[in-house]
Design a binder for this molecule. Sequence first.
Ligand code: ZN
Length: 266
Amino acid sequence: MRMGMALPVGGGIGGLVLLLLFSMLTGTNPTDVINSSPPSSESVGTTGSESLENDPRAKFVSVVLKDTEDVWNKVFRDHNANYQEPVLVLFTDATQSACGVGQSAMGPFYCPSDRKVYLDLSFFHDLDTRFGAPGDFAQAYVVAHEVGHHVQTLTGVSDRIQTARSRMSERQANQLSVRQELQADCYAGVWGHYAAREGLLDPGDVEEGLRAAAAIGDDRLQRQSQGRVVPESFTHGSSEQRVSWLRRGMENGRLEACDTFGAGTF
Ligand SMILES: [Zn+2]
């Protein structure tokens, strides 16, 4: 990607390997954790650390976030709405959020209660040092996916889903979760659509993003971690679904293309 700063280039595959290993180790989907625990009374731990501010990966994430803001401001304006920008919280090890304690092992996540994107930079540190392959567009996709959840919060989708899920069987709730996650993938694609139009992408970036989406499909993660696939336990969607919705957002560039809830049965 071309974000106007020196960035480690290439290495999407290595990043994916880490994402997979990360999931296998933690048993979580690395794109995010949507946590519905009650708000914590403690304040959110934002970072003022100079080492974080000077970290090129932190700068990269900030630049990606800024670009998502430009895109979503425009898209919301086109719908006669105001985009309220999310807050980025960079942390290491653990931090308080309104959704409870965020820990490194959870990976990046979005908390609808405080409208903040939480990014654990050790996640990106691992991408660099252990595997020597940061995969910048794969990282950007993860950020854009979390921002996608923020968009869902602003549109009211997240609230409606939260309410509906509480009245459902686990299986039905999982299916709804899949639709919500796929929509966030599609929204990440909408951002990618504009990033491509702005000339921010390098050749191969699109493929890197699609590979990332495939790598974190529930089926592939389950096959790797437990050797079998249990579709009714999916919460984020299969590799094929994630690729398909990310691609759809990237190709179409419109909110309306991301109606995963009206898209029939999965
Ligand atoms: Zn998600």
